[in-house]
Design a protein around this ligand. Sequence first.
Ligand code: UDP
Length: 238
Amino acid sequence: MEKEQYLGVSVSPYTYEEIIADLKKRIAAGEQSTVIAVNPEKVITAGRDPLVKELVNNSTYQIPDGVGMIIASKLKKGGIRERVTGVDMMGRLLQFAADEGHGVFFYGAKEDVVRTAKEKLEAKIPNLRVAGYANGYVQDQEALVEQIRESGAALLFVALGSPRQELWIKDNMANLPNVKVFQGVGGSFDVYSGKVKRAPAFYRKFGLEWLYRLLTDPKRIKRQMALPKFLLKILLQK
Ligand code: UDP
């Protein structure tokens, strides 16, 4: 599938539906796929860390997570028109897994968070089969990989924060041949468990999630400086 480039980082200009349709073909062909969320913070990090850049660019789908990516695409006359967020992509993939009868596995976050997320999602999505889960602080990696393999899950969601989760996926995917879809989901289990609240609809509608996060957690200002920095770099590049 086609990609757009932002400061040397690839981004997929596709909607949720287009990605799922393409994934379906790849699963039928027996191929493994990885989904990574790209936001201005990750593009800036990729600029100074070649490993992060490689992890992003070697993924199958780089989803445009955040309003910064939409603005950048408009500035560069690209084709990205809607946000594809990590947390909503995960929701769509879970629905897809339930529809197709694929098992899913959740790895990451604290024990009570991942367990609660699993229970709430099972209650919310009929026919969802959670084949297993593990918290993000388990020590025995070999046993963990064995647990995922034995679960028979075809989709694996990894929530260890970035870029740890992407690195974990890269290092372990060859040992998990039955897993066809890997997504690094950051704080998504925290959201689905109800521990972290998403921005109210008003903020989401106007692409102001960053403002809501800033108001509720002012410490994020440091991370959020990536947004103006990113847009400035995009503008200067023209
Ligand atoms: N986490 C984990 N193991 C670790 C460190 C972090 O499972 O050793 C989890 C943490 O509990 C949280 C998630 O990783 O659920 C990180 O979420 P964050 O919002 O920091 O991710 P981001 O998307 O911002 O990178």
